[in-house]
Design a protein around this ligand. Structure first.
Ligand code: GLN
Length: 285
């Protein structure tokens, strides 16, 4: 992998497959890396627009690091795409997952249908949910996180997306820094939901590189944060306010029960494209 002047995608794909990855993963990651590094899409390459030699060198170095360490490409390059936008990410933020789009869309629908104005996003991480809700609605979104480092990334993302006045961020451990008089129309969260006991079974990319504070719960069912957030949410919601969560596989019905026992009804469960029940929302009654 020493070629620096010429982009030979087949060499890069071979490096991936030699390391045990599928051709599909190889192509997806290489295309992603090229787009992040030089802004070029596969279509650009087909019509002969090529990355500069400097960018090609960066691409080869990225693939080398990715394959030798297992670090996700998004983390090596510091960026990921979410809902068509480029977000800064780091070792301190989760890399946005495609399925999280479902939570953003559901929240945006609820906000638009009810003309809601105030949104709270708990555990905002890179700010991707907060920014995309602000981008797709007229609402103001407050994103909170326990991690200072994540909040800096979230702020950068809001700045780059010109959302500084509508996506704002604050350090808070769940509701700890939300004042009693602050009320929201909808609270959203993609909290940690993987039981710590499952850590050994995760992909190396996730286990070794993504922030544990964003992934893991202490309890065996992964429900700790749904319980804590749902318990306090009614205090911070306006009348007829909503709560919407992203959930892990097989957690939706437990989360539904937690919400019902805390005064929420009209519970809806949405299934993602892979068939997993992924979003649970409910209305405070
Ligand atoms: N969806 C992430 C994963 O499966 C976990 C995100 C979370 O715990 N909120 O790796």
């Amino acid at each position: 992998m020493n070629t620096i002047r010429e982009l030979k995608k087949s060499d890069l794909i071979k490096a991936y497959t030699d390391a045990g990855f599928s051709t599909e993963t190889a192509c997806a990651e290489i295309d992603f890396a090229i787009e992040i590094i030089s802004g070029l899409t596969p279509k650009d390459l087909i019509i002969g627009i090529m990355p500069s030699p400097k960018d090609i060198q960066k691409l080869y170095n990225t693939v080398k690091t990715r394959l030798s360490t297992c670090q996700p490409v998004a983390q090596i390059l510091g960026f990921a795409f979410f809902m068509g936008y480029k977000f800064e990410v780091s070792v301190n933020t989760l890399i946005p997952r495609p399925e999280t789009e479902l939570l953003v869309k559901k929240a945006a629908d609820i906000i638009k249908n009810n003309d809601f104005k105030q949104v709270l996003d708990i555990g905002t991480g890179s700010g991707c949910i907060a920014c995309m809700i602000a981008k797709n609605t007229q609402a103001q979104v407050l994103g909170t996180d326990i991690s200072n480092d994540a909040l800096k990334i979230a702020l950068n993302n809001a700045m780059h997306m010109d959302l500084m006045n509508r996506a704002i961020f604050r350090k808070s451990d769940l509701f700890s820094k939300i004042r009693n008089e602050e009320k929201f129309d909808i609270i959203v969260s993609n909290p940690p939901y993987i039981p710590y006991s499952e850590k050994p079974h995760l992909q190396t990319e996730v286990r070794e590189f993504e922030p544990g504070t964003a992934l893991f719960t202490k309890d065996k069912a992964g429900l700790e944060f749904y319980e804590k957030i749902t318990d306090l949410a009614p205090q911070y919601l306006n009348n007829n306010g909503y709560l919407a969560f992203e959930v892990g596989a097989a957690q939706a019905h437990s989360v539904k029960r937690i919400m019902e026992s805390n005064g929420f009804d009209k519970i809806e469960i949405l299934t993602d494209v892979t068939g997993i029940e992924r979003v649970v929302s409910g209305k405070l009654c």
